[in-house]
Write a protein that binds this ligand. Structure first.
Ligand SMILES: [Mg+2]
Length: 399
C-alpha cells in the first residue's frame, strides 16, 4: 500500500460507560461489583456491569436473576438514560473537536479518521484519552489502525488483554502493514460481524482463528456464505476500505422566534410556523441533509417550555412536510387561553440526502426540484422576493 493511501483511524469505546456514569453519581460504588439494569423479579437484564462484577462472570445482556446467582453481592442500579445521553454528547463533542470525520456507532463508541493530523497515531490516541478523562472523568479504550475493522478489533483486544482491576483504559495501535499478522492468532469470534451462529459454522469448517479464515480459499468461503464469505476473507486479511461516514445524529437544524408580545392568536402562530419551516427546509437543502425527526418547541408566557417531536416514515428536506408535521405537533400543545412567547421548528436525526434513482419522478422529487429552483432565486433576489403562490394564497385565506 502506498504511503498516501494509508489512513489513520481511531476506534474509541468508553469503558463500562453506564457504570462509569453511575460511579460519578455515587462515588462509593468504586471498586464494587455493581451493575446497571432491570430488577430480577421483573425479568430484567443487565445493561452494563462494573469490572469487579465481570470478574464474577456477570455480563451485559444477561438476565439479572442469573447475574445475582453468579454474584450474590451484586449491587443493582436502575438506569438513568437522560444522564448517559448527556455525557455521550459531551464525549462526541470532544471527538468532533479533533476531526471533522466522526462516525458515531453507538452511545459510547465512535470511529474517528485522523489521517490529516501530522502526529503519530499513538500520540493522538493518548492525548484524546487524556482529554476525555479530564473533561468528562470517563475512562475509554482506543484502538488505532489503517482501517475501521482492524481499529475496532484492536480496541476489543486491548480491553481483553488489560490486567488492571479497574477500567482497562487500553490503547492498542496496529501499525500499517501488520494488519494480517495482528488478526491471525485471534479466535474467529473476535472478527467484527461474527456472531455465535457464524462462529459455530466456522468452527465446524475447521477454522478456529482469523488466520485460518485468511488461509482458507475464497471459493470455499463464498460457497458457504455467499457474497459475505468474500468480505469475510478480505477482512481476515486485514483489508477493509469502508470510509468513516460522518453521522449527523447529534446535529439538528432549527429556527425559532420570540415574539415582541405574547400571543394567543392561532392563525398568527401557524403562519409563523410556516415561515420557520421554510427557513429550516432551506438550510437542510443547503447542507444536503434530510431530517428523520421534526420537532416543535413552544414557550408559554410563564416561561414553561414544551417540545414535541415526530419520527417520519422517510427523511425529508421539504418545507411543506416540515410545516405539516410541525402544525400537527402545534395542535397537540396549543391551548387557547395560554399566551405563547416563543415558537421553534427543527429537524433532527439528520441524514445525507440520497438521490433516489427511479424511472419516473415522484411528486416529492418534483416538489424538491421546485424548492431548489426557488432557493436559487432567493439567493439571487433576496429571501423576501420569492414565495410560492400556494403559500401566499393560504396566507390571504387565513387573513
Ligand atoms: Mg463501551
Amino acid at each position: 500500500m502506498s504511503k498516501s493511501a494509508t489512513r489513520k483511524i481511531l476506534h474509541v469505546d468508553l469503558d463500562a460507560f453506564f457504570c462509569a456514569v453511575e460511579e460519578q453519581r455515587e462515588p462509593s460504588l468504586a471498586g464494587k461489583a455493581f451493575a446497571v439494569g432491570g430488577k430480577a423479579d421483573q425479568r430484567g437484564v443487565i445493561c452494563s456491569c462494573s469490572y469487579p462484577a465481570r470478574r464474577k462472570g456477570v455480563r451485559s445482556a444477561m438476565p439479572t436473576g442469573q447475574a445475582l446467582r453468579l454474584c450474590p453481592e451484586l449491587i443493582l442500579i436502575s438506569t438513568h438514560f437522560g444522564e448517559y445521553s448527556a455525557k455521550s454528547s459531551q464525549v462526541m463533542e470532544i471527538f468532533h473537536q479533533l476531526s471533522g470525520l466522526v462516525e458515531q456507532v453507538s452511545v459510547d463508541e465512535a470511529f474517528i479518521d485522523v489521517t490529516d493530523l501530522p502526529e503519530p497515531v499513538e500520540q493522538i490516541a493518548r492525548a484524546l484519552q487524556a482529554r476525555v478523562k479530564l473533561d468528562t472523568s470517563l475512562p475509554c479504550s482506543i484502538g488505532a489502525a489503517s482501517n475501521k475493522l482492524v481499529a475496532k478489533i484492536a480496541t476489543d483486544t486491548g480491553k481483553n488483554q488489560s490486567r488492571t482491576d479497574g477500567y482497562p483504559q487500553a490503547i492498542l495501535c496496529v501499525p500499517a502493514g501488520t494488519e494480517r499478522s495482528f488478526l491471525s492468532p485471534l479466535p474467529v469470534r473476535a472478527m467484527w460481524g461474527v456472531g455465535p451462529k457464524m462462529e459455530s459454522i466456522l468452527l465446524g469448517m475447521g477454522l478456529r482463528t482469523i488466520g485460518d479464515i485468511a488461509n482458507c480459499s475464497v471459493d470455499r468461503l463464498e460457497r458457504r456464505f455467499g457474497k459475505s464469505g468474500v468480505d469475510l476473507h478480505q477482512h481476515a486479511l486485514g483489508i477493509d476500505n469502508r470510509p468513516v461516514t460522518v453521522s449527523y445524529e447529534a446535529k439538528s437544524i432549527s429556527q425559532e422566534v420570540t415574539f415582541a408580545r405574547d400571543t394567543t392568536d392561532l392563525l398568527f402562530l401557524r403562519r409563523t410556523l410556516h415561515e420557520l419551516a421554510i427557513k429550516v427546509g432551506y438550510r437542510m437543502r443547503c447542507e444536503g441533509l434530510c431530517a428523520r425527526v421534526i420537532r416543535l418547541k413552544l414557550r408559554f408566557a410563564d416561561f414553561t417550555t414544551h417540545t414535541r417531536q415526530v419520527m417520519l416514515q422517510a427523511p425529508t428536506d421539504q418545507d411543506s412536510v416540515i410545516a405539516t408535521e410541525a402544525e400537527t405537533l402545534l395542535m397537540k400543545l396549543w391551548q387557547p387561553d395560554r399566551p405563547v412567547r416563543l415558537i421553534g421548528v427543527g429537524g433532527a436525526n439528520l441524514v445525507e440526502h440520497v438521490h433516489q434513482l427511479t424511472l419516473w419522478e415522484s411528486k416529492t422529487q418534483k416538489e424538491r426540484k421546485l424548492l431548489i429552483a426557488l432557493d436559487e432565486l432567493r439567493e439571487k433576489y433576496g429571501k423576501e422576493a420569492v414565495q410560492r403562490a400556494d403559500h401566499i394564497r393560504k396566507r390571504h385565506k387565513e387573513e
